[in-house]
Design a protein around this ligand. Structure first.
Ligand code: FCB
Length: 476
């Protein structure tokens, strides 16, 4: 609940949006020249996703985008964040673009603009063209150059009609889950490759931002979305504080250090020195990465709680996106992750809006003057239609209310938060969890692909329309 002194209305220009990503919703994986991405390969590898599920059809957004945009308009959304499938646009990850692929995004954007919905494009939401992974993937420097080329192609094609750009979504997940724990594509479990991938993702961001700006109108904005963690120590014991510091460096500083401040945290370099000498950070890289940003996107779901441990205690650990016998965290066997207290969503993630407030205030200090967007926030629940086909999801309404109230409080505390994108518009392919975890404000019947707005969609529509949060128990 908002605290008594917090004004209830959001600033009039606040953007009320929803987010998705290409592989999670599009389907049409073999149409119009698209080739496999690492997620096609991974999801078709036995044992990698729940039930062997994959995004071949997903929610068929590629063919139903007009209806989906109409749905967004009905819900009164002001903005829509989606991602581009790299291998739809550049099937081999290099060389000339496929116009049919770009045309799909042109049509989508035109449809959004016609309905008064602002598009926000994410260039990379985890679906690397398989050919680039075959050449070594993110641990290899060339992938960053390939990304810059791709950014330029998409910037040229859509820069005239899309103003908001996001280079990367959650590079932590690409690096630490893709190359560390292996619960995400490409499923490698190599600690050093995780750190190399992080650096090349940072470089890709910097070179990509520069490439975008070289071809786009100056009014367009360039940002990236970090899943920066709110990391809390279990106690003020120096060993627990050091554990929290280490995880904060590996979760956050490894990205915001070079991106916002032009340097990797010294404590990160020391903590990882047994594994790597970081010699893949070449002269000029930090300057290339440290590009001025127009905004920063924060994705938030749940905080992390850590303590120090000895190596024997540290065993297999869940990282929130799937279980693996491999830790996603290189050089952190001396850190133990704890269950965070509080109620949980269907992901098992604890519900803690104070973590979002803390995160926003942290980046308000870390990057003074930089506008912030919440580019993802939301919750999975086991939603089911009732006998009349309606889907009531009061838990999701409570989650959204709590987190939006935290955003409002942060604005009252001086943070410059310009908008919020609910994750997700629709139920969709939740990566290693397949279709079982439903994050949508709109329910999707996977047998018929019919879309039904849940109560939370109506609740959110009212919030967007009025600029204030309806009561949690208001009936829709
Ligand atoms: C984020 C991802 C998004 C979705 C949500 C639940 O980490 O960016 O695609 O999986 O988690």
């Amino acid at each position: 609940m908002p605290e008594p002194m917090t004004p209830v209305s959001f600033p009039p220009a606040f953007l009320w949006g929803a987010a998705t990503s290409a592989y999670q919703i599009e389907g049409a994986v073999r149409e119009d020249g698209r080739t496999p991405s690492i997620w096609d390969t991974f999801s078709h590898t036995p044992g990698k996703t729940a039930g062997g599920e994959h995004g071949d059809i997903a929610v068929d957004h590629y063919h139903r985008y007009r209806d989906d945009v109409a749905l967004m308009a009905d819900l009164g959304l002001g903005a829509y964040r989606f991602s581009i499938s790299w291998s739809r646009v550049q099937p081999t990850g290099r060389g000339p673009a496929v116009q049919r692929g770009l045309d799909f995004y042109r049509r989508l954007v035109d449809e959004l603009l016609a309905k008064g919905i602002k598009p926000a494009v994410t260039l990379y939401h985890w679906d690397l063209p398989q050919e680039l992974e075959d050449a070594g993937g993110w641990p290899e420097r060339d992938t960053a150059y390939r990304f810059a080329e791709y950014a330029q192609i998409v910037g040229e094609a859509l820069g005239d009609r899309v103003e908001q750009w996001i280079t990367l979504n959650e590079p932590w997940c690409s690096a630490f889950l893709g190359y560390g724990s292996g619960v995400h594509a490409p499923g490698r479990t190599e600690p050093v490759a995780t750190l190399r991938a992080s650096h090349h993702l940072n470089l890709a961001h910097g070179l990509g931002a520069t490439a975008l700006r070289s071809v786009m109108p100056a009014r367009n904005t360039v940002a990236l979305s970090l899943n920066s963690s709110t990391v809390r120590p279990v106690s003020q014991d120096p060993a627990d504080l050091a554990a929290a510091r280490k995880i904060d460096d590996l979760a956050n500083g490894i990205y915001h250090g070079p991106i916002l401040h032009g340097a990797y945290p010294a404590t990160l370099l020391t903590a990882t020195e047994q594994l790597t000498d970081w010699s893949y950070v070449l002269d000029g890289d930090l300057a290339a990465i440290n590009q001025p940003l127009d905004a920063l996107g924060l994705n938030y779901y749940t905080p992390a709680l850590v303590s120090a441990t000895d190596a024997e205690q540290a065993g297999p650990r869940a990282d929130g996106h799937g279980a693996s016998e491999h830790s996603p965290w290189p050089a952190a066997d001396d850190v133990l992750f704890h269950q965070t207290p509080g109620e949980r969503t269907a992901m098992g993630w604890s519900i803690d809006p104070t973590g979002l407030h803390e995160l926003i205030m942290r980046y308000t200090r870390e990057a003074p003057g930089l506008p912030l967007y919440i580019t993802e926030n939301g919750a999975a629940y086991d939603d089911k239609p009732d006998s009349e086909g309606r889907v009531h999801d009061p838990e999701r309404i409570a989650y959204l209310h709590g987190h939006l109230a935290a955003v409002r409080r942060a604005i009252a505390d001086g943070a410059d938060v310009r908008g919020y994108y609910l994750w997700s518009l629709l139920d969709n392919f939740e990566w290693a969890y397949g279709y079982e975890k439903r994050f949508g404000a709109v329910y999707v019947d996977y047998a018929t692909l019919t879309r039904t707005p849940k109560s939370s969609a109506h609740w959110y529509a009212k919030a967007a329309r009025t600029g204030t949060l309806p009561e949690v128990d208001e009936v829709f």
